[in-house]
Write a protein that binds this ligand. Structure first.
Ligand code: GDP
Length: 393
């Protein structure tokens, strides 16, 4: 019984009332009464139905404890607290690391950067710099830290030049471990490195020995995401071939890079396709730019060449958008989870194991010391005993 029908019948009722008033014949009254009774009956039924619906809703409310709002509570609390993410960039200088980071977060993170000259770089050892910025988007605050590794692979002798990077990652774990085991655990700042973008040169034939050694030294400590730098210097066929070669080499040398989590079977098709695309795109072929170019009436981040324009965010030109979506939109939390649950947990287990071993060794040492300090008295007593015995005999 829709509202429209109801109005029509009401209109009709009014019209009938007018007609009956016009005619004013006693024979019309019973039909009018029947009509009004039916109308009231319908009203009554609707009211009954509504009250039953209301009481069943109240019953449901009584059965509802309220934990369904938990995600909202977590969401509100997390937004209030803000998020922290630490990204490390590694790879030889000049591969476009700082340019890419600026393009990724649309900020100038390297405004007071000093680029070393060749002479300075010959003797340079890797030193680590950290830039932190607070970015806010739609009320969500992100404390983003970028750890740069200038000088990596720059010196004439690069033996163990990844050691500085390895030590830095360990130091952050150590700091977190201390904070976590300390008295004030409330406001621990998480400076652990959640992801390392490893830049691979587009000019070589796949991985260089330094890349292999460095990635192998770091893969158990940090989530490595390999990127093929300056992809605009390669043709699409070259990009495809290089990617395949790099993937093969990584497998051959047993390099464990960050693994995208498997999709749940009930995930929608679009999501599954997106995840597969991410897996197939490794290493991400990227292009960076710090400037905006204008072409065909549009302004965008890109690189202008005499033969054309490269648009950083165009999926046909590079995997930049895929990488940014992965880092920011879809996998930031997973990168943090893997850091906490796998890499940090390994470090923590190792630490506890070492500490236990040290305690056991210390106890053994004390026991030996104790035995040594008490041995002379014991020997003396035996000697006396022996002497006594000899005397008796
Ligand atoms: P970093 O030393 O690895 O941090 O490299 P920079 O970001 O300072 O970039 C070194 C040079 O490479 C600069 O002249 C950049 O303009 C240029 N560059 C950065 N990204 C790209 C890119 O994607 N393609 C090309 N062709 N050049 C780039």
């Amino acid at each position: 019984f829709s509202g429209r029908d109801w109005e029509t019948s009401q209109d009709r009722g009014e019209r009938r009332t007018e007609q009956s008033t016009e005619r004013a014949t006693p024979g019309c009254w019973p039909s009018r009464q029947i009509y009004i009774s039916v109308f009231h009956l319908i009203h009554l039924q609707t009211a009954c139905f509504m009250s039953r619906l209301l009481s069943s809703l109240q019953d449901m409310d009584r059965e509802y404890v309220g934990f369904a709002t938990l995600p909202n509570q977590v969401h509100r609390k997390s937004v209030k607290k803000g998020f922290a993410f630490t990204l490390m960039v590694a790879g030889e200088s000049g591969l476009g690391k700082s340019t890419l980071v600026n393009s990724l977060y649309l900020t100038d993170l390297y405004n007071n950067r000093k680029v070393l000259n060749a002479e300075e770089r010959i003797v340079q050892t890797v030193f680590i710099t950290k830039h932190t910025v607070g970015i806010e988007e739609k009320g969500v605050r992100l404390r983003l830290s970028i750890v740069d590794t200038p000088g990596f692979g720059d010196a004439v002798n690069n033996t163990e030049s990844w050691k500085e990077i390895e030590d830095y990652i360990d130091q952050q774990f150590e700091q977190y471990f201390r904070d976590e085991s300390g008295l004030n655990r409330k406001n621990i700042q998480d400076n652990r490195v959640h992801c390392c973008l490893y830049f691979i040169s587009p000019f070589g034939h796949g991985l260089r020995p330094l890349d292999v050694e460095c990635m192998r030294a770091l893969h158990d400590k940090v989530n490595i995401v390999p990127v093929l730098a300056k992809a605009d210097s390669l043709t699409p066929t070259e990009v495809r071939r290089k990617k395949m070669k790099i993937r093969e080499e990584m497998e051959k040398f047993g390099i464990n890079i960050y693994q995208f989590p498997d999709c749940d079977f009930d995930e929608d098709e679009e999501f599954k396709q997106q995840e597969q695309l991410l897996k197939d795109s490794i290493p991400f072929a990227v292009i960076g730019s710090n400037i905006q170019v204008e072409s065909k009436g549009r302004k965008f981040r890109g690189r202008l060449y005499p033969w054309g324009v490269v648009e950083v965010e165009d999926p046909a030109h590079s995997d930049f958008l895929l990488l940014r979506n992965m880092l920011v939109k879809t996998h930031m939390q997973d990168l943090k989870d893997v850091t906490r649950e796998t890499h940090y947990e390994n470090y923590r287990a190792q630490c506890i194991q070492n500490m236990t071993r040290m305690v056991v060794q210390e106890r053994k040492r004390r026991l030996v010391l104790h035995t040594h300090t008490h041995t002379p008295t014991h020997t003396h007593r035996i000697d006396v005993h022996r002497t006594t015995q000899t005397h008796t005999h």
